[in-house]
Design a protein around this ligand. Structure first.
Ligand SMILES: Cc1cc2nc3c(=O)[nH]c(=O)nc-3n(C[C@H](O)[C@H](O)[C@H](O)COP(=O)(O)OP(=O)(O)OC[C@H]3O[C@@H](n4cnc5c(N)ncnc54)[C@H](O)[C@@H]3O)c2cc1C
Length: 521
């Protein structure tokens, strides 16, 4: 799937240049990191709050897998590739391909990398030269000794979706500000820096009264800078990720951009972390489907391998179709993100990117959970047993619809992003117009009908009023996501048929078209 997609999107000479880096990452993920991941299964990060002499140290120890993952991520440019921009806008796609290969064998090390990438993009866009000079070389380096990761501390007890309720206060001092408050979810607390929200004293309530701050978590001796880590969360999944609850007790911080509009100013972080969320979703789906397909050839039941049982083969085909559809949407958003970063994006596509970022995140997040659950079932009882290494796929996938904005919150964001559906209609039509293969005709019809239904629903719901619009937002956003996925799958299927004489994507498109594209009802 990845090879075929890259062959369509990259010019042949560029593909030759980047192929070595991807092959090496594939080898690491399939061999070295995978072996380490299996050996690391029972390890978890540890918080030591006090040293032997009664000093508060709040030291975090990562597991061996994560320590190696950090080095490999830096050296192989899993963040840096997007900033070196050796191949213009396609550098973002190259980077996402590296992340896609890297993610399934590193137990969500994608989390700190996503926030690092988001912080780098946000600082670059902020125009704050002092912070750019200070942090960007570390965030985007390939030197593992110089590499910094970043956290993103938004969620407080009062709310994660409604961050306008944040209670953290910023008091000015001679060197900038000091922050006082309690952050309720701070992942990758081992990071060297964080971007966070706080309300400068005297500012009004709500999101506008918050400001975006930059802080460095530890001093030159490795001690927390007026940060107390209360505990690490005991979570369903992402158990290698040290997610902390912490108190800011006069933490030194710098304004990133202005003294207000923090929620708006932190949006670039979220655009990037939502892209990473989608890439992680398709990466975990791919791992699960690959394992389930392999097992189907080995497990014999009722006289034949499962792969020869029509119903099991049909189950696997459904999973293939979901993961391939999701793959094309996530990577399409990567393409658009790259074009936006290199200022090569058309006005319509900029609107499309604004719309598709939340749509892609929420659609692929839901697919990842569904696919992981079904993958476990494909292994029967073994899928439920920890030392197969399978249950973690489901636990880790379950976070994808929650963090970086829940499904409902992103569905409402989708409504805010839509002035008109025109950019999406154009994008879907462009894809469908490429289809000439008769076998794709039904799938094309499904995509058209579903898009028409979404368009008419939006008009009706708008005239019915805000409650009707909000109540249908999730079904509407998922329909847009699945329609765009089908359109992209159809486009790829036609290309693959023409250039590779391969019918796999055609089969996936036909199957996906029958798997519920219009969810508006
Ligand atoms: C493992 C993990 C790591 C995390 N790491 C971080 C981190 O590093 N930094 C950080 O800032 N946060 C982090 N979070 C927090 C995460 O981003 C929030 O939990 C998430 O945004 C939801 O916020 P909440 O928990 O306050 O839920 P709430 O906002 O209380 O939402 C509860 C439910 O209400 C729904 N809902 C909310 N508003 C509406 C509405 N208007 N209409 C309809 N439905 C609505 C939501 O969809 C959800 O189903 C992490 C979370 C997890 C699980």
């Amino acid at each position: 799937m990845l090879r075929s997609y890259l062959a369509r999107v990259f010019p042949i000479d560029v593909l030759r240049e980047i192929e070595g880096s991807l092959a090496e990452m594939g080898r690491l993920a399939g061999v070295d990191l995978y072996q380490l991941q299996l050996a690391d299964r029972l390890n978890e990060p540890r918080l030591t709050q006090w040293d032997a002499w009664g000093n508060r140290i709040d030291k975090i120890e990562l597991t061996p897998l994560w320590r190696v993952a950090e080095r490999i991520a830096a050296e192989h440019g899993v963040v840096a590739t997007a900033y070196e921009q050796k191949h213009g806008s396609l550098s973002r796609v190259h980077q996402c391909a590296l992340a896609y290969l890297f993610t399934p064998s590193t137990d969500i090390y994608s989390c700190p990398l996503a926030m690092t990438d988001g912080a780098a993009r946000t600082l670059l866009g902020s125009g704050n030269q002092a912070l750019i000079d200070r942090a960007l070389p570390h965030l985007t380096t390939r030197d593992a000794n110089e590499f910094w990761t970043a956290g993103q501390w938004m969620t407080e007890l009062t709310g994660g979706s409604d961050v306008g309720l944040s209670e953290t206060v910023a008091k000015p001092d001679a060197n900038g500000y000091r922050l006082y408050g309690r952050k309720w979810f701070t992942s990758a607390i081992s990071s060297q820096i964080a971007l966070t929200l706080a309300r400068p004293e005297g500012n009004p309530p709500g999101g506008r009264g918050l400001a975006l701050f930059y802080l460095e978590t530890r001093d030159e001796h490795g001690r927390p800078r007026n940060i107390e880590i209360n505990r690490l969360k005991d979570k369903l999944g992402t158990r290698k990720v040290p997610t902390a609850e912490l108190n800011l007790v006069g933490t030194p911080a710098q304004l990133v951009k202005g003294t207000t509009d923090g929620v708006r100013n932190i949006a670039p972080v979220l655009n990037i972390t939502r892209l990473w969320n989608g890439i992680s979703a398709v990466a975990l789906m791919r791992r699960g489907v690959a394992l389930a397909s392999d097992y189907a050839g080995k497990r014999v039941a009722f006289g034949a391998p499962l792969s020869e049982k029509p119903l099991h083969a049909d189950t696997l085909a459904g999973l293939e179709a979901e993961s391939e559809a999701a793959f094309h949407l996530a990577f399409y958003v990567a393409e658009l993100t790259g074009q936006s970063e290199t200022h090569e994006i058309s006005e319509d596509d900029a609107l499309l990117l604004r719309l598709l970022t939340p749509v892609m995140k929420l659609t692929t997040g839901k697919q990842a959970v569904m696919v992981a659950s079904e993958v476990l079932e494909c292994f029967g009882g073994a899928g439920y047993v920890e030392d197969t290494g399978l249950p973690v796929l489901l636990r880790d996938s379950q976070v994808l619809p929650i963090w970086e904005g829940t499904t409902n919150v992103l569905a409402l964001d989708t409504l805010r992003a839509i002035d008109s559906l025109r950019p999406l209609q154009l994008a879907v039509t462009r894809c469908l117009e490429t289809a000439r293969d008769h076998d794709l005709a039904d799938a094309v019809r499904v995509a058209r009908t579903s898009l028409d239904h979404a368009t008419s629903w939006l008009a009706e719901a708008r005239s019915a009023g805000q409650p009707a619009l909000e109540a249908g937002a999730r079904r509407f956003a998922l329909t847009l996501g699945r329609t765009m996925e089908l359109a992209l799958l159809i486009k790829h299927a036609q290309w693959s048929h023409d250039h590779e004489q391969d019918r796999q994507s055609t089969a996936a498109a036909r199957r996906f078209a029958q798997s519920g594209v219009d969810l508006i009802f």
